[in-house]
Design a protein around this ligand. Sequence first.
Ligand code: NAD
Length: 293
Amino acid sequence: MILLDGKLVSAEMKLKLKAEVTEMVAAGKRAPHLCAILVGNNGASETYVSSKVRNCEEVGFGSSLIRFDSDISEEVLLDKIHEINDDETIDGLIVQLPLPPQINVQKVTEAISPSKDVDGFHPTNSGRLMQNLPAFIPATPYGILMMLDYYGIQTEGKTCAVIGRSNIVGMPMSVLMARNDSPGNCTVTLCHSKTKNLEQVTAASDIIVAALGRPGFVKENMVKEGAIVIDVGITRVPSATTKSGFKIAGDVDFQNVSSKCAYISPVPGGVGLMTIIGLLKNTMAAAKKEISF
Ligand code: NAD
């Protein structure tokens, strides 16, 4: 079994990004700048956003964090987004989800200029992704592609079960694994909460991407010998052994599944770290205006 080591791969990729930023600045250009908007004070969102900002600093990107109270109106939030869309010193804009109920997430998603949409959630970017046109790919699927690529994993002709069909992970992942590209060219089954005989589908698949948010869901009997297993799940579960009182659990029963796998990504230390790389790479691409809309 080979561990898909997000720590190792992301550290290497961050060094490359840092070198690229140094070159840009030496050539008299501005370093890429990511702006994050955080509404309210959800614990997990705070953690994610501060990690994104910290990683920007690590590679030499500029970053700004705009905070709003949870009772902010939709109008004020949309006005801020429009202001950032027009700000030429900001390359990428993300609005951390979830948002409070008075705010329409779809309106927010569509308010962000596609050229600054480094989360890749805008319909323009997801539409372009569907057609295999240059687009900002959502950070988690993008990170997984980079991980597969780094380990030289051949995906062409393989069967792939993606569990979960969210717009953020499962749906784009299924499209990316099916498209005529590398990584890609898989025969994909997109599984979800209404899928019947899911165990049979996964047990027959060469690649499994688990993105449903149910700790330990993928069990030994659901995985065939020599499979490639990518665990996207991040769920906080209570723990008596950590200071915070919780630990992070993935969607795969790693202890029992790993020995059957050719490759498997751990949680933590796997896809989560690659997601950050996806976001940083998108921000770099936005700064360089690599994708024209
Ligand atoms: P979501 O809640 O939006 O979607 C979950 C999907 O799983 C749904 O499509 C649903 O149909 C499917 N599902 C739920 N129960 C199921 C079941 N019993 N059988 C089959 N399918 C089932 O979730 P999301 O935003 O895609 O996130 C999924 C998981 O990935 C979560 O744990 C989340 O925290 C994690 N996540 C991790 C990263 C990362 O960087 N590692 C990034 C985003 C999300």
